[in-house]
Design a protein around this ligand. Structure first.
Ligand code: NAD
Length: 484
């Protein structure tokens, strides 16, 4: 199936408001993971393209974009959000074909992208400094200012949402941005760039250079003309990006992986919890940084929870993204090999239940059936390492102290949820769990554009989403005036 007509050439970069071929003229092939067919050619940008993009961003800061007021920036972002909403169907189809995400989930991502633009459009003129009482004869105040040029390195699993939360917040604060989307999934990043042009974003405020991580990504993270890097992706690459940025002494926001637990206590409302227990593990075929890949259950209800989750697992249908079943393919056959490798490593674990791959799903697609595994040992590799596939382990615990120790017993700390009716326990656990976000009797709160998000430990540092991101994408200046 060919792609819908696009108002730009997907093998081009966007630099200073114009679509242009990468300087070396090379491309990378995007593959449709639902059937393994070639989807499109995208630019294989190199350091020369990154140089041009950074120069364009610097020019934007000293030109039209840099002269916009906060109110004007906000209006432009709001207009971009409106145009995203008008293109939801196209964006959803591109994301479904490119990422392998079932159409309904892809559509939700497009709507979330619009919501980020609306949120940051509205917030742009509401960020302000403070006055500080100081010595007699002084007036002291602070100013929130943009960093300058911000680099955004984005992975393939949620391109639209991650672009919305990072580029949206950076633009709201008046930065000029250079975006390096993932080489595996890039079409919605390009369509978003085209939408920003149509919405009247001044040239150079957003520049997009697709390409390989080790080329365009590495060039962006080491670039001397960049003042902040936002990276979302794997721990190993995040460490490289931080090192490269460290050489230039610039701040970095790292959104890395997780091994996020849901804790089910014996007084939990299981009916309420069940959809969250399963969906948080299999959404986007488990390729979600905040996927809940560990389900911790109090021993007295372990069998009951496993049985109820198993029923849901057996009903899960896996197939091509455009067929919009419960689960699509993984991003690539490489990712499928990684996930099946984990399943082999976990062959000592009992399989409680599996989902079904539709019989007609092409054998050339990157399909893995969702697996629910019983895992008595919280230190098992599958209970410790991020799998990034539709695999959940169910771990028993005895009491609250045991639950906390197991929940905190990985290198990660991105999201955790607590299922209990006991209010005092909710409060104790919310403090005791090492995690950037805690959910009580829910998981994910429906996405939560407004809710600060980020990790502790190997899940990363810095916060995106919500108002907090605006502080991360700005720097604080203190002005002390002595007037007597
Ligand atoms: P990855 O780290 O290899 O790639 C992410 C991005 O970094 C891509 O754009 C890639 O081109 C770029 N990149 C690769 N090498 C680079 C380098 N040397 N310098 C600069 N940029 C480089 O990640 P992946 O394997 O494609 O994605 C899966 C991983 O990402 C998972 O482990 C997952 O946990 C993590 N992830 C985390 C979040 C989050 O929000 N916390 C979101 C998505 C993915």
């Amino acid at each position: 199936m060919s792609l819908p007509d696009l108002p730009f050439d997907p093998s081009h970069c966007l630099i200073s408001g114009s679509w242009c071929a990468p300087i070396a003229g090379q491309t990378v092939t995007l593959v449709d993971p639902s059937d393994g067919s070639d989807l499109s050619q995208i630019a294989r940008g190199q350091s020369a393209d990154i140089d041009a993009a950074v120069q364009a961003a610097q020019n934007a800061l000293t030109g039209e974009w840099g002269s916009k007021t906060a109110l004007e920036r906000g209006r432009i972002l709001t207009r971009i959000g409106q145009l995203v909403l008008e293109h939801v169907d196209l964006l959803a189809e591109l994301e479904a074909r490119d990422v392998g995400k079932p159409l309904t989930q892809a559509r939700a991502d497009a709507i979330a992208l619009a919501r980020y633009l609306e949120f940051y459009g509205g917030a742009a003129d509401k960020v302000h400094g403070e006055t500080i009482p100081y010595l007699d004869g002084y007036t002291v105040y602070t100013l929130r200012e943009p960093h300058g040029v911000t680099g955004h390195i984005v992975p393939w699993n949620y391109p639209m949402q991650i672009i919305g939360r990072s580029v949206g917040a950076a633009l709201a604060m008046g930065n000029a941005t250079v975006l390096k989307p993932a080489e595996e999934a890039c079409l919605t990043a390009l369509m978003f760039a085209e939408i920003t042009r149509q919405a009247g974003l001044p040239d150079g405020a957003l520049n997009v250079v697709p390409g390989l991580g080790a080329e365009a990504g590495a060039a962006l993270s080491a670039h001397k003309g960049v003042q902040h890097i936002s990276f979302t992706g794997s721990v190993a690459t995040g460490a490289l990006v931080q090192q490269a940025a460290g050489a230039n002494v610039i701040p970095v926001t790292l959104e890395l992986g997780g091994k996020s637990p849901q804790l089910v206590f014996e007084d939990a409302d299981l009916e309420e919890a069940l959809p969250f227990l399963v969906n948080a593990g299999i959404q986007n075929a488990g390729q979600t940084c905040s996927a809940s890949s560990r389900i911790l259950v109090q021993a007295s209800r372990y069998s009951e929870v496993v049985a109820a989750m198993s029923e849901r697992y057996k009903a899960l249908q896996v197939g091509p993204a455009m067929d919009d079943l419960n689960v699509g393919p993984l991003i690539s056959t490489r990712q499928k090999e990684i996930v099946t490798g984990f399943l082999e490593k976990g062959s000592d674990l009992q399989i409680a239940a599996k989902g079904q791959i539709a019989g007609y799903a092409p054998s050339s697609g990157a399909y893995v059936a969702p697996h629910l595994l019983l895992c008595p040992d919280p230190n098992h590799p599958l209970a410790q390492q991020e799998i990034f596939g539709p695999v959940q382990v169910v771990i028993p615990f005895q009491d609250e102290a045991d639950a906390i120790a197991i929940a905190n017993g990985t290198d990660y700390g991105l999201v955790a949820s607590i299922w209990t009716q006991n209010g005092a326990r909710q409060m104790r656990l919310a403090k005791a769990l090492k995690s950037g976000q805690i959910f009580i009797n829910n998981y994910g709160a429906g996405g939560g554009v407004e809710l600060p998000f980020g990790g502790v430990g190997k899940s990363g540092h810095g916060r995106e989403k919500g108002f907090e991101a605006l502080y991360g994408f700005s720097t604080l200046k203190t002005v002390a005036a002595k007037h007597g």
